[in-house]
Structures are given as structure tokens and as C-alpha cells.
Design a protein around this ligand. Structure first.
Ligand code: SF4
Length: 65
């Protein structure tokens, strides 16, 4: 799995960080998403898919495989 987080689209809602804190963080200055792990381990996949589906700005993309 490969994950991307588009900082231009992100509105800083923080949902992804709550859902998958091992993979997403937020910048201290403006709460915009920061990707911690672009190729997360299997154990994080479900949470990452959930975060992508729940992002209000559709800023998270997931490529399976
Ligand atoms: S859920 Fe989406 S809009 Fe909210 S912080 Fe994460 S990437 Fe940004």
C-alpha cells in the first residue's frame, strides 16, 4: 500500500490523525496534514482506508498493492 496526502487540499480537520495516528500527523503551525509513513505496514491498512474514506477534503489517496 502506498499513501499520499495532498497538503493543498487538506482543510486541517484532523480526522485522519485520529483514525490512523501512526500514519498521519498535523503541522503545529496550521494543522495541515503531514504524512508520517507513505508505505504503512499491513497492521495500519484498515485504519488508513478508513481515514481516506473519512477525509472531508478527499485529500488522502491510497494505492493498494
Ligand atoms: S482528514 Fe483530510 S482534511 Fe482532515 S487533516 Fe486529514 S488530510 Fe486534512
Amino acid at each position: 500500500m502506498k499513501v499520499a496526502a495532498d497538503q493543498e487540499r487538506c482543510v486541517g480537520s484532523g480526522q485522519c490523525l485520529l483514525t490512523a495516528p501512526e500514519v498521519f500527523d498535523q503541522r503545529d503551525s496550521d494543522a495541515i496534514v503531514e504524512l508520517l509513513d507513505a508505505e504503512p505496514p499491513e497492521s495500519e491498512h484498515a485504519a488508513v482506508r478508513h481515514a481516506a474514506a473519512g477525509c472531508p477534503a478527499a485529500a488522502i489517496t491510497v494505492h493498494e498493492g
